[in-house]
Structures are given as structure tokens and as C-alpha cells.
Design a binder for this molecule. Structure first.
Ligand code: DGY
Length: 434
């Protein structure tokens, strides 16, 4: 298949999944709007349909809560068999929530970085039309960043905490195993899983994890999704390296957008300086030469190696020495992440050495196209261009071989999860057309 054929097919996926002014990640498995998915989709769309890319961003931000949060699932009055349905969350009619039905959680903040990339590429050709759009969305982005740095700040560091594994985007990552093991999911509201109807149960979270996901939603609704109460009471409270890295990069990108609009940047400067001050002390494990997540409930590091550990490269938070160690000791180590006898494609989302590594089970090991794309971006930042190229080549080879799947088995490239997956298609366009 030629590059042009792949781009054509990727555009077809986005067109097929298009629901008007938003694009579900998959029309069967995830039939509503998801926060970070829509950001990646907007980036892909911006190459061939800028008005539609802008509509994608607007529909996401329309669901912003009054307190600034941008939710992780937005339902937009679309009927579906998805669980949880909109009313399960009990987010409506609270003083701080939004007018559009949504979940009570947020998701990794990649939207601002996507808009900055679009800005660099589009401002000269689209001038005032683009700047008007930027002026419209800027205050909403700022409000979301402010919310992340305050409403989710449990310890005065400004590093946001996540209160549910779904907020990380890496729902059933082994990163959460110990924190979830502490939870006994009693008095669960009645529910029926729907996620194993379209995708094989072998590729989805195990039932004990899923019960805890539902239990945590129930805790959130009992606390009426009130940020202070969530920080004090949610049994799951984690500072995730990937989430915090994305926010740092997004803060820097927001600053660049502020400068383009002639806006004040002091607040962003403060966030950036504060994160730089605390990041290494909180996350860097010098003995292992890797970043580790932090359990803010038990105040202990989480000694599990996953793709999250490489996102400080995407953020520009790693020093040259740290970057070199991440590459030499982990990314290029065949016992952990590099291709070798037991895997062929970059990048297993969990180190092959981890006891919970499972190459087909969702976030326990499969290759994800967005992770590959973000790590490759980070590697280029640190001069590892040839390695970055290997990441892009593997992503494209996987999609050529198995289609635009949600994730892939790193051993043989078998496509897993949902087919016709929107962000895999969108990032193909970004990789090939940029
Ligand atoms: C799901 O339903 O598995 C989603 O990932 C939740 O965000």
C-alpha cells in the first residue's frame, strides 16, 4: 500500500466515524466524544478540513464545566448501548458542572499542545481567521489548566492528581494495581459491562479492575464531584508521570499561544517554574534511571515501568543525561521495551519485564499509536532522530498490516481492541502529511 493509499484510508475512517461536530473514537466501542481522542482527531482533520477540526475542538470545549474542568466523556444527546450511560454519572444540575451531559472525570491534557502545533502550521496561511479561533478557545484552555493546577493539587506542588484510572487514559495499566488492590468494591451499584460485546474479553480489563472502576465512579457521585471532597476522600489519588508531563508541555504551549495573542504569561511562567522545581524529586528514580508514578494517598512511588515513563521527553522535562539513560537502559533494552526475541514492534506499553505485562490486554502491554507518536516527538527533541524514525516506521507498518486498530500485539502486530479507531487514523495523517 502506498503512503497516499494509507492517507486516503485514514481519512475515510475519520469520515465514517464523524458524528457531525465530534468524532467518537470508535462508532461501536466508544460511541461518544472522548477528550484526548478528540484532540488527536482535530490534529489529523486540520490537514484536510480545518473548519471541521475547529468544530471538533469547539464541541469538546462546549462541555467544559463551570469550574474549568474539561470532561473525559461527553454524551451530546447521542443514544447508545455504552456503559456507563450519561445519567450513571449523576453530574447534571450541580453548581460547578456543565450544561452538556458528561462523565465526572477529566483526561490527559493534550488539547493545548495540539492547538499549538496547528497554530505553528496554520497561522501564516489562515491569519485572522485562525487568530479569531485562537482568541475564542484560549480562555477555556486557560481555565482548564488553572483547574488542573488548583482543584487537583493535593499537596501544594501544583502537580495534578488523578482520582480514577480512566483519567490517565491508561485504564488498566499495571501502574494502578497496588492502589486498586487496596479497594474492596462493596455496595456496587447494579451495572452490566458492555465493553466486551464488540471486543474480546481477552483484550479488555479484567472484572476485578472493572468493578473498581465502577466503585470509584460511585464514590465520585457520593461526593457530588466536588473537587475538594474528591481530593480528601477518593481512595485512588495518584500523581502520574504522563499526565503531569502532558500538562507541563501544555503549559509551555499555552504560554506560546498567549504570546501570539498578546496575553499575559505570568501565570504560565509560575506553573512551569513550579513543576520544574518539584518534578525530579517527585518522580525520578536515579538508581533505576527512570521516572516512576507516585501514589499520593500512601505517599510512595509506584515501582512499575510503563510507557508513561518516557513522556518527560515529550515535555522537555528530562535533562540530557536523563534522556540518555531512558534510551540506553530502557527504550533500547530488548529485555524491557526494544524489539528482540519476544517482541517485534515498538513500543510495548508496559515493560516486558513487569509481571503484569500482557501483550494483548489493553493498557497492559499492547502498542498504542498515540504513545509511539508522542515518544517519537520527545526523542526528536533530544536528538534521537533515528530512533524516533523507528517508532514512526513501526506505527505505519502496524497500520499497513492490521488496519487502524485501537492497539496492537507487539509480538506479531495483530490488531486488537476496536477496529477503525479514530486516533490511529488521525495520527497516520499527521505522521505522513506533516
Ligand atoms: C472505557 O469505556 O473503557 C473507556 O476507556 C473509559 O474512558
Amino acid at each position: 500500500m502506498t503512503t497516499d493509499d494509507l492517507i486516503t484510508q485514514a481519512k475515510q475512517v475519520l469520515r465514517c466515524n464523524d458524528a457531525g461536530d465530534f468524532t467518537p473514537p470508535s462508532s461501536t466501542q466508544y460511541p461518544h466524544q472522548w477528550n484526548w481522542d478528540s484532540a488527536f482527531v482535530a490534529l489529523g482533520l486540520s490537514h484536510f478540513d480545518l473548519p471541521r477540526a475547529q468544530a471538533e475542538v469547539r464541541s469538546l470545549l462546549r462541555a467544559q464545566w463551570r469550574d474549568g474542568m474539561v470532561p473525559h466523556i461527553i454524551y451530546h444527546e447521542r443514544a447508545s448501548d455504552y456503559f456507563p450511560p450519561p445519567d450513571f454519572w449523576q453530574t447534571q444540575n450541580l453548581p460547578h458542572t456543565g450544561a452538556v451531559a458528561s462523565s465526572g472525570l477529566t483526561q490527559p491534557p493534550v488539547l493545548t499542545s495540539v492547538i499549538r502545533t496547528m497554530h505553528e502550521r496554520l497561522v501564516s496561511a489562515h491569519g485572522s481567521q485562525w487568530l479569531n479561533f485562537l482568541r475564542e478557545v484560549f480562555p477555556r484552555l486557560l481555565a482548564w489548566h488553572r483547574w488542573l493546577h488548583t482543584a487537583r493539587d493535593a499537596d501544594g506542588t501544583g502537580l495534578p492528581c488523578i482520582i480514577h484510572p480512566w483519567e490517565s487514559g491508561m485504564d488498566n495499566s499495571p501502574l494502578w494495581a497496588t492502589a486498586l488492590d487496596r479497594i474492596t468494591p462493596t455496595d456496587l451499584p447494579p451495572f452490566k459491562r458492555r465493553d466486551t460485546i464488540y471486543v474480546s474479553p481477552d483484550e479488555r480489563p479484567l472484572m476485578p479492575d472493572y468493578e473498581r472502576f465502577v466503585y470509584l465512579i460511585d464514590q465520585g457521585r457520593r461526593l457530588r464531584w466536588e473537587p475538594r471532597a474528591l481530593l480528601e476522600r477518593m481512595p485512588f489519588l495518584i500523581q502520574d508521570v504522563m499526565f503531569c508531563s502532558f500538562l507541563f508541555r501544555a503549559d509551555a504551549d499555552l504560554r506560546a499561544l498567549a504570546l501570539a495573542l498578546g496575553e499575559e504569561t505570568r501565570e504560565m511562567d509560575d506553573w512551569l517554574a513550579r513543576t520544574r522545581r518539584v518534578f525530579d524529586a517527585r518522580f525520578w528514580d536515579n538508581a533505576r534511571g527512570i521516572y516512576l508514578d507516585y501514589d499520593a494517598r500512601t505517599r510512595t512511588p509506584i515501582p512499575v515501568s510503563t510507557c508513561a515513563a518516557f513522556m518527560p521527553l515529550f515535555a522537555g522535562l528530562a535533562s540530557e543525561t536523563q534522556a540518555a539513560r531512558l534510551v540506553a537502559e530502557h527504550l533500547n533494552n530488548p529485555a524491557e521495551y526494544a524489539p528482540g526475541t519476544d517482541s517485534k514492534y515498538r513500543l510495548p506499553s508496559v515493560s516486558k519485564r513487569e509481571p503484569d505485562y500482557s501483550p494483548r490486554r489493553y493498557w497492559c502491554g499492547p502498542v498504542w499509536i498515540n504513545m509511539n507518536w508522542q515518544i517519537a516527538d520527545g526523542l526528536r527533541r533530544y536528538g534521537f532522530d533515528a530512533l524516533a524514525q523507528e517508532f514512526d516506521a513501526d506505527s505505519l507498518a502496524l497500520m499497513q498490516q492490521s488496519g487502524f486498530r485501537e492497539y496492537y500485539d507487539p509480538r506479531d502486530g495483530t490488531g486488537c481492541g476496536a477496529p477503525q479507531f479514530s486516533w490511529s487514523a488521525a495520527l497516520t495523517i499527521e505522521m505522513l502529511a506533516a
